[in-house]
Design a protein around this ligand. Sequence first.
Ligand code: CP3
Length: 365
Amino acid sequence: MAPWDLMSNTAPARALGARRTLPDAPFLVAARGGRPARLPVWFMRQAGRSLPEYRKLREGVAMLDSCFDPEMLAEITIQPVRRHDVDAAILFSDIVVPLKAAGIGVEIVPGTGPVVEHPIRTKAAVDAMPTLEPEQVSRVADGIRLLVSSLGETPLIGFAGAPFTLASYLIEGGPSRDHAKTKALMHSEPEVWHALAGKLADIALTFLRAQLDAGVDAVQLFDSWAGALSVRDYREFVLPHSAKVFAGVAEYDVPKIHFGVGTGELLTSMRDAGADIVGIDWRIPLDEAVRRLAVPGAPVPVVQGNLDPALLHASWPVLEAEVRRIVEEGRSAGGHIFNLGHGVLPGVDPDVLTRVVGLVHSLEP
Ligand code: CP3
């Protein structure tokens, strides 16, 4: 019998507040602005193609099918924890999983990314969009319950795509460099835009609440492509919808991380959306990010980041110096969670990731 067959009979849905606390987990201590025993480190996209054990398990299984197989998603989520000794696991899933679960036609095409069967560009298409019911992601929740019982003291991060990044895939029909159709719709038909972003906020929220009810210890909202927007557009068209997602999970009292790429000009707005921790890409140093995020009289900001993932391909002396620089710059933060500035690139040597973890752990927290 597979472990998740056992699980579904025995594990009740977690009530609010019934969550494990893991008071000494370095990731959670730093996330709350405390001083952990060691500097926590995890990597965006740590699960996935950089690992041979992942490629072996995924052979012949479509990406989105693996995300709805509780046993497989749990095993893939644990693989990088086992191999690298990272301080947090991130749920193996994808930002389009809740869209697929709701019944929207979307596939992940290897080497391309999410591709949408019928792009959503009109009021009629937005009105026809389905909502997400928690039962539609019950297999993800089953995988999370499996993970919580097998991860030991390692926290599990749940996540969702933010309304803007999801909307871009739905409007463009696939990955886009310039988000031209998305920006055009936003400005030309703001009511259609707000209706779409509002529906996506509800989907992201339902997905996150299902993950939290199943036991994740923190959440990250990925607004990967928000950096394409001006501050003015971000605040008018995006912030209210992302704020609705954060407000909807506030009662769970878990750390909430907000991440995007190229968001140096948006950091304070992304914080204002309701995040406890802002993820920083490699374009600005962490001490500068902390300076931008600081609010007089408030606790010193907590940040996550920000090694350039491309530098995992550099020579070790170069990489080591970069890691040390980032850790030094992170000392100005109220808490620092070491990470990359964006996801692991597929061709990386996994031993380099393990070595980075060892180095981060060897440094004064
Ligand atoms: O380890 C982790 O971080 C957890 C897994 C994770 C995946 N997708 C697995 C995945 C996470 C957190 C995501 C989020 C995600 N998906 C984002 C936000 C984070 C970011 O990178 O900015 C975005 C924009 C997507 C959309 C998406 N899905 C893209 C752009 C791609 C890459 C397409 C390709 O093949 O190059 C995917 C597919 C995807 N998601 C893969 C994985 C492991 C690769 C598919 C495979 O292994 O076959």
